[in-house]
Each structure stands twice: as C-alpha cells, then as structure tokens.
Design a binder for this molecule. Structure first.
Ligand code: MG
Length: 226
C-alpha cells in the first residue's frame, strides 16, 4: 500500500465502526424506532449516514421513505429514545484495537479519538483504560460543525500540535472520510460496515482490523504483528 513516501507520527481514530463494534447496535436501535412509524430500514440506511448529525439523519430517512418528517420536538424525543434503546446493547471493542493502540503508544506516536458521537457515548462505550490510550478525545460536543466538515479533525490536530502531512486518519464511513479529506489529511478506510465502493474517497482501504494492524505496523517500519 502506498502512502506517497509520507512519514506519520499522529494517528486519528474514528470511534464507531473503527474502535468499537457499535454500528450493528446503532442500526438495530434505529430500526426499532422507525418500525413504530411503520417504516422498515436496512442496515445500509444507517451505515451510509454514519457521522451525520443525529437529527439531520432522522429527518433525511423520513424523507427518503416518502413520509412526513415529524416536528423538531418529536425528532428530539426519538433521538433520546434511540439512545436509551442503544444503551441496552452490549457493545464490544474490536479485538485488535488494544494491541494497535499499545503498539502506537510504545512507538511514541500521538493518538486521538475523533468521533461524531457525543461525549456521553464515549464514556458509555470506552472504559478509562481504553480512553487513556488517546492523547486527546474530540467529540461532537467539542465542535460547532461535526463531520463531514473538517472541524473535528482540525481541532484534534491543533490540540496535538501535529502537522497535516504527518497525520493519518482511520475511518469507516463516507462522511468521516469526507471530513478527513476536507482537512487535507491522509485517510485509510476499513470495510467494517460498508464495502469499498462507498469508501472510494479514502487514500487506502483495508478489509479488516487484522489488515489495519499490519498496515499500521508497516507504516511505522515495525515487524508484522505476531
Ligand atoms: Mg465510524
């Protein structure tokens, strides 16, 4: 895999679908909520909108299903209900992630978690030990404009005092990739939720977390993981 000879010292991780295997739970929660309106959703209806601000994505789904969009106060209630349904799921960290983060830390790399989710979701899904692997955490609560705007990634770079040319984003969703590219960052996409045809804006695509781990070792000039 080519990286145009770049050397990276900063690694910016998206959370949902990259660090935590949460997207099936997000999709399941939304399916349940929309079912109450007689609307049937496919996982891809949620996966392709990952990263979009909550209320915008709900309204867009109603429109796509040719249904009247509920009033804003009702949308807010739906969003709140979705969060309580979601928090009943048992969501796990991807197996390779602790090893990847330990490796980067031991290699003196800077790391950030840059998520379109709320701080509440970060605290719900990542325990203190996992959060401590990240030098900074930027959530949707920390920026005025979330992904696909570049703001969350630019904020993380600023907090880390890192250069764009030496920073690599790891994403799984089209809007997250767009945010990274809008910030002029190199981006590797992982096919956890969507196939490569949705991820074409990324500079590189890996098919699995195992392949991501090998890719990151390779970039850092380290031997392949055992
Ligand atoms: Mg994601």
């Amino acid at each position: 895999m080519q990286n145009a000879g770049k050397t990276f010292n900063t690694f910016l991780f998206d959370m949902d679908g990259v660090v935590v295997d949460s997207m099936p739970a997000h999709a399941g929660s939304w399916r349940k909520i929309f079912c109450e309106f007689g609307l049937t959703l496919e996982d891809v209806d949620i996966f392709k909108r990952e990263g979009m601000a909550g209320l915008d994505s709900i309204a867009e789904i109603f429109l796509e299903k040719n249904t009247v969009v509920p009033a804003i106060h009702e949308l807010l209630m739906l969003q709140e209900r979705k969060i309580s349904v979601f928090e009943k799921y048992d969501v796990k960290i991807f197996d390779e992630i602790p090893g990847i983060l330990s490796f980067l830390k031991n290699s003196n790399m800077k790391t950030a978690l840059v998520t379109g989710s709320m701080r509440r979701s970060v605290d719900y899904m990542l325990d203190d030990r996992l959060q401590s692997f990240f030098d900074v955490i930027v959530t949707v609560d920390d920026v005025e404009r979330g992904k696909p705007f570049p703001d969350p990634y630019l904020k993380a770079l600023h907090l880390l005092d890192s250069n764009k040319d030496e920073s690599l984003v790891i994403e799984n969703a089209p809007m997250g990739i767009s945010a990274a590219k809008a910030a002029f960052l190199t981006c590797v996409a992982i096919e956890t939720t969507l196939p490569s045809e949705y991820l074409q804006e990324a500079d590189n695509i890996v098919t699995s977390h195992g392949q991501l781990q090998s890719y990151l070792h390779n970039i850092c000039g380290a031997p392949a993981p055992s």
